[in-house]
Design a protein around this ligand. Structure first.
Ligand SMILES: NC(=O)c1ccc[n+]([C@@H]2O[C@H](COP(=O)([O-])OP(=O)(O)OC[C@H]3O[C@@H](n4cnc5c(N)ncnc54)[C@H](O)[C@@H]3O)[C@@H](O)[C@H]2O)c1
Length: 296
């Protein structure tokens, strides 16, 4: 199989990232099956995808709305898996959940179908065996499709070269810039650098060194970026940042990491998850950091 043979893509998990990955595939002509366990998640995905299409049209991508007609929605795994060439999984960051999901879809998909995970912090060898097709499994990891085309392609030692090549070709077919990792690395390439920044920002806040908005002001003011670390965390989803922070803090018994996770937990427990709930460290759709006077 080559990247050009990939015509139908199954997205497992229709949340923040599943929506974006599905949309970029449809934008480049693939038929997209969006699957979720929750009917309401699919409804919300449909609304957010319509907004995403408008956003792309505003940013001069002609006919972005046409992509919506290539997207189909399923809560039935059997129907969702029919005739798919490529699977992209974006369920919550939990290795057991991901393993179960892949095991279910291994039984339903064609044996040639390539399986990929969009995990942020795990490595594919952690779940390769559970996929039932370790040689056709790797990580294919997106960032925010509105701001970048960089994608990580991270095989594990057992991924076949044919599957790596097909995934790289497919990445290019859907307009992305693949970064192929030579070995597994938690956090890929960009995220390894980003997580260090986010952890530093959380450490400053949880130790009471500076206010959250001032930490962002400091970063944005010096680096000339339109968003700071806390704004970035809002766009990732504070539940996702919390899960990753807690996972590593518990694993490494890291005292400061636990303190940072506790700060995030206060927001998560109140349902303040960032842009997806319109409130996190900032209030959306017009967060303070996007206003002209933020840096004055
Ligand atoms: N949010 C980001 O910026 C970002 C960036 C890159 C990678 N990731 C990774 O992508 C994955 C998904 O993150 P997200 O932010 O999109 O999460 P999310 O919470 O926005 O969406 C997860 C979706 O999965 C669905 N789901 C839960 N269990 C399921 C199951 N068994 N089968 C099918 N669907 C199920 C949920 O209903 C929800 O719609 C995570 O592994 C995360 O680490 C996130």
């Amino acid at each position: 199989m080559t990247g050009n043979d990939i015509k139908t893509v199954l997205i497992i998990g229709s949340g923040t990232m599943g929506q974006q990955i599905g949309f970029v595939c449809a934008l480049h002509g693939c038929s997209v099956h969006m699957y979720d366990v929750h009917e309401e998640a699919l409804k919300s995905a449909q609304n957010r995808l319509a907004q995403l299409a408008l956003w792309f049209e505003k940013h001069s991508v002609k006919n972005a709305g046409n992509a919506l007609s290539l997207m189909h929605y399923y809560t039935d795994p059997q129907q969702a898996a029919t005739d798919v060439d490529f699977v992209s999984e974006s369920v919550p960051e939990n290795p057991e959940l991901k393993a179960n999901v892949f095991s279910t879809f291994h039984a339903l998909c064609h044996e040639q179908t390539i399986f990929t995970t969009n995990t942020s912090s795990l490595v594919p060898s952690q779940i390769a065996a559970a996929t039932g097709r370790p040689d056709r499994f790797l990580a294919f990891h997106f960032h925010d499709i509105r701001t970048t085309k960089i994608v990580d392609v991270m095989p594990h030692a057992g991924t076949s070269q044919e599957v790596i090549n097909a995934t790289v070709e497919f990445a290019k077919k859907i307009g992305q810039i693949p970064i192929v990792l030579k070995k597994e690395n938690n956090g890929y390439v960009f995220n390894t650098m980003l997580m260090t920044l986010l952890a530093s920002a959380l450490t400053l806040a949880s130790n009471g060194v500076a206010d959250i908005h001032d930490i962002d002001k400091s970063f944005m003011g010096v680096m000339g970026t339109p968003i700071g670390p806390f704004g970035i965390m809002d766009s990732i989803g504070l539940d996702t940042v919390y899960e990753i922070t807690k996972y590593w803090a518990d694993l490494l018994n890291d005292k400061q990491g636990k303190k940072n996770a506790a700060l995030l937990q206060q927001y998560v427990e109140k349902g303040l998850l960032g842009t997806k709930t319109n409130k996190g460290f900032y209030t959306y759709p017009h967060p303070e950091f996007s206003k002209p006077d933020f840096l004055q």
